[in-house]
Design a protein around this ligand. Structure first.
Ligand code: ZN
Length: 495
């Protein structure tokens, strides 16, 4: 086994200069090494690092003492034991079998090591489009590496003022269950939305979670058809297009388009508008991205690119990989190997499995509301704008869901529904992405604000004062008798 004692890891492959010609040989060598020693060896072709930044990377790797010591250990072979390493390098011990050096750069598998001085700039790229923590971590892990990268990312996202300002509202979003399609672009959904006085059309593919949006000059049937044609000509004509009952989709012109191009058009019924839940969910993602990008004047198209390159979870690949079978080149350093086309298999099963896990969570009930300490710095949601602004806890207002808080000017009484931990990690898709994360209080719970405060006024104990353990263990049941499903951000819930 790979862990057998005394087995010295093979020396790293030192790749030749003439990469184009030697590429195949390198792959063969790598495979031989893997077989012989049962160690993972990587073959990298970093001479073709996709980014002009690789010169800068090389320069910094050369100037950095730790990088230089690491490089010589990787090239000369690792010692038998961890303690034989100089202290600064011991943290790399567990990764020794994955490390290689080429052309002045150090790699851990396909991830290039980023020296300290470049990490800040890299973090900014990783956070492009203001993705959440888990999303950023997955995005980064595809291409770059340093010790402590995960916690650096977490710190950065948690400290991002734009992300804090735009944390999603605690609005309930029910999980709409539908069959998961077996192919990319088999079932797509479309919807229109406004943002800052402009009209946008959105299209999302159910299988891959790939979405696109386009600003329309006007929201006529003609413009919608024109844009859909453009997307369909790139990705193919879907079997099914789902939309709401908007007039753009109900026109004779649209029916003509449907018949001529040959797809099935399913509309949500007026009695069940949530049927277009997929598109609606992505409209929220799109709006959130537009807001954040407009706040920091960053490029929405670049944000979309990064988002589509970000894996859905540790087992489910990115939208680009699911739709196109490849990652696309971004402005982060990437090896050619990372860009090599690959077929994503079992996507349907993985999505089904993921959905089961979500459902399991949903059936398990919710977690209790967060607890705040006096003077704790928090975020308060403005009732009108629904934006989050910093504030502090004055004191608990009896019960466990109501607090007196200050926004710096006024003292307010607020339900925990409208309060957040300042360093909460529940931005964007994160609360959904990692299903093991507990979900937060259910904002749809009819008991939340009004009843808590009524109870407070009467000086009685409410049913929420039950011991924490039992409150957490018992799935809550609404007064209507329905089990309360946990609130989760389903923005990134791909079917
Ligand atoms: Zn941010």
């Amino acid at each position: 086994m790979a862990s057998s004692a005394g087995l010295k890891p093979p020396k790293p492959i030192v790749l030749g200069e003439n990469m184009a010609a030697q590429w195949k040989t390198c792959v063969v060598n790598a495979m031989v090494l893997v077989k012989r020693n049962e160690k993972i060896r990587i073959c990298i072709d970093p001479s073709q690092m996709t980014n002009s930044a690789s010169a800068e990377l090389k320069q910094h790797t050369e100037m950095d003492l730790e990088m230089q010591s690491l490089k010589s250990v990787v090239m000369q072979g690792w010692p038998e034991t961890r303690n034989e390493l100089i202290p600064e390098l011991r943290k790399y011990w567990n990764f020794r079998d994955e490390m290689a050096v080429y052309d002045g750069l150090i790699f851990k598998s396909n991830q290039v090591l980023i020296p300290q001085p470049l990490r800040k700039a890299m973090l900014a790229k990783i956070h492009s489009g203001h993705a959440g923590i888990q999303s950023c971590i997955r995005r980064a892990k595809q291409v770059v590496f340093w010790i402590g990268m995960g916690s650096d990312i977490q710190e950065m996202v948690e400290a991002c003022t734009i992300c804090q300002r735009h944390q999603r509202s605690n609005t309930k979003q029910s999980i709409v269950l539908k069959d998961i399609p077996g192919l990319p672009f088999e079932r797509v959904a479309s919807d229109l939305f406004h943002f800052k006085g402009k009209e946008y059309l959105l299209l999302v593919d159910s299988y891959s979670g790939y979405f696109d949006m386009k600003q329309l000059p006007e929201t006529t049937s003609k413009q919608v058809i024109k844009q859909l044609k453009e997307w369909f000509s790139i990705h193919g004509i879907p079997q099914v297009l789902e939309t709401d009952n908007g007039p753009q989709y109900a026109s004779a012109e649209f029916r003509h388009f449907r018949d001529k191009w040959g797809f099935e058009h399913k509309t949500s019924s007026p009695h069940f508008p949530r049927a277009n839940g997929l598109a609606e969910r992505y409209v929220q993602v799109a709006k959130s991205m537009l807001k954040k990008c407009s706040d920091d004047q960053s490029d929405i198209q670049l944000a979309l690119l990064h988002l589509r390159n970000t894996p859905r979870s540790s087992s489910i690949p990115s939208p680009n990989e699911r739709l196109m079978g490849r990652l696309v080149r971004s402005n982060m350093p990437m090896t050619l190997e990372a860009l090599r086309p690959r077929v994503s298999v079992n996507v349907q099963q993985l999505l089904e499995r993921e959905r089961e896990i979500q459902k399991e969570y949903a059936d398990r009930g919710t977690v209790e509301p967060p607890k705040f300490a006096e003077q704790e710095r928090i975020l308060i949601q403005d009732q009108a704008s629904r934006r989050w602004a910093p504030g502090a806890i004055v004191k608990q207002f009896d019960g466990n869901r109501s607090y007196l808080v200050t926004d710096g000017e006024r003292t307010l009484r607020r339900n925990t529904h409208h309060l957040r931990k300042l360093r909460g990690s529940d931005q964007m898709e994160d609360s959904l992405q990692e299903t093991r994360h507990p979900v937060e209080n259910d904002p749809d719970d009819t008991r939340s604000e009004t009843q808590t405060e009524a109870t407070v006024n009467q000086g009685q104990h409410s049913s929420m004062d039950m011991p924490r353990e039992s409150a957490a263990a018992t799935p809550r049941v609404r007064r209507s008798g329905r089990t309360v499903k946990p609130n989760r951000c389903s923005e990134f819930l791909y079917y």
